[in-house]
Design a protein around this ligand. Structure first.
Ligand code: NAI
Ligand SMILES: NCC(=O)COP(=O)(O)O
Length: 337
């Protein structure tokens, strides 16, 4: 029997205390509509959240809770906060994350994942972190995605960014461009197609979504003149996926594909590397884009942007992507895989 109440409990991790995370959380939780579909609470730091409330000129109060199940009992007009750190002033300097901040951030993510795995909350939504400070604190992960995959003990995870029109998943994520070709293997392409198909089914309720699989090289390698990944790796992976009944098409040239994808021709796009997929995604969906980790046994969504140090402390960062991430998490939690 799960402890999750009728309205889903959503754990929001505060992210880097030196970035815009705390502010966009306050701005999102200021909107009464956020509470219509879920019970959100924040896992983070009191000092950072109090400062964010001031920065945003908000009338919200902080209400500390001791356990996730208390989140539904906080008075209206409050933010439920599960405090997991007590950072010092020097760890709260905008734009200058410290090792202590990196350690705190790690604690928020771990705690949220554990609550999801124990089914005490329906989903976790993450505010942006600084990956360098996470690593400086001794946690050697390129981002939330890989950390969560390890906590959930799975290798079959995929990063997808989704907006109202485009959904793009990535075969390789945070890798130096020079390393990408060696990492685009038959197994990784096939796994990404499979996990993307399952994810798109869950997001769209379409039984047989159409997936466009991108080439790695210009003009799909131009018959081998500009590379052989299309012939040797990507086409065989698409063929294997099609034999499994997955409606995957390609390889398709990345330069033209997004023109058609933005017209709604495909239900999902499988890109070979980070910027190939995320530049068009953010061109179209910077405001409403959501980062989703597919393939986990838990629901995790996130904003599509980073710590935005240039805006931290101004109250000007947009909360739209966080609102979309909360809404997506609520939808996914109500529509199990
Ligand atoms: N999910 C996560 O935890 C993510 C973390 N990052 C981390 O964030 C840090 C900074 O990364 P950047 O590449 O500079 O990307 P960034 O997204 O932080 O900033 C890029 C540009 O977008 C603007 N921007 C970002 N969020 C905004 C918002 N909510 N409203 C209005 N404008 C916004 C910034 O002001 C900046 O001009 C890095 O340490 C990176 O690893 C980046 C992406 C996702
Ligand atoms: N570019 C997307 C990104 O950096 C998000 O990474 P993660 O922290 O969600 O793994």
């Amino acid at each position: 029997m799960s402890d999750i109440p009728a309205k889903p409990l959503i754990a929001i991790t505060m992210g880097d205390p030196c970035g815009v995370g705390p502010e966009i959380i306050v701005k999102a939780l200021q909107q009464p509509t956020t509470f219509e579909s879920c019970i959100p609470f924040v896992i983070g730091d009191r000092g950072a959240m109090e400062r964010a409330i001031k920065v945003c000129g908000s009338a919200l109060m902080l209400h500390e809770i001791k356990a996730s199940e208390d989140a539904g009992r906080v008075p209206a007009g409050s933010i439920a906060l599960l405090p997991l750190s007590q950072l010092a002033q020097e760890d709260l300097q905008y734009g200058s994350p410290t090792t202590a901040a990196g350690e705190a951030v790690y604690g928020y993510i771990r705690a949220a994942a554990r609550l999801c795995l124990e089914q005490k909350v329906a989903a976790m939504v993450t505010a942006p972190i600084n990956k360098e400070s996470l690593n400086r604190a001794g946690h050697d992960y390129p981002g939330h995605t890989e950390l969560l995959a390890e906590l959930c003990r799975t290798d079959d995870f995929v990063m997808m960014l989704a907006g109202t029109v485009l959904r793009v998943s990535l075969v390789t994520i945070h890798e130096a461009l020079a390393d990408v070709p060696a990492l685009v293997t038959f197994e990784k392409v096939l796994k990404t197609i499979r996990v993307t198909r399952d994810g798109v089914r869950r997001l769209t309720a379409k039984a047989d979504p159409v997936l466009a699989v991108l080439a790695l090289n210009p003009h799909c390698g131009e018959g081998g003149m500009f590379g052989s990944h299309e012939r040797d790796v990507i086409t065989p992976a698409i063929e294997a996926a099609r034999k499994e009944g997955i409606n995957a098409l390609g390889p398709l040239s990345a330069d033209t594909l997004f023109h058609f994808a933005q017209q709604g021709t495909y239900d999902g796009v499988v890109a070979m590397y980070h910027d190939q997929g995320l530049i068009p995604l953010k061109m179209l969906h910077f405001d409403d884009g959501v980062n989703i980790t597919l393939g986990l046994p838990i629901v995790r969504t996130s904003v599509d942007h980073g710590t935005a140090y240039d805006l931290a402390g101004t109250g000007r960062a947009s909360e739209q992507s966080l609102l979309a991430a909360i809404s997506m998490a609520v939808g996914m939690a109500g529509n199990p895989a």
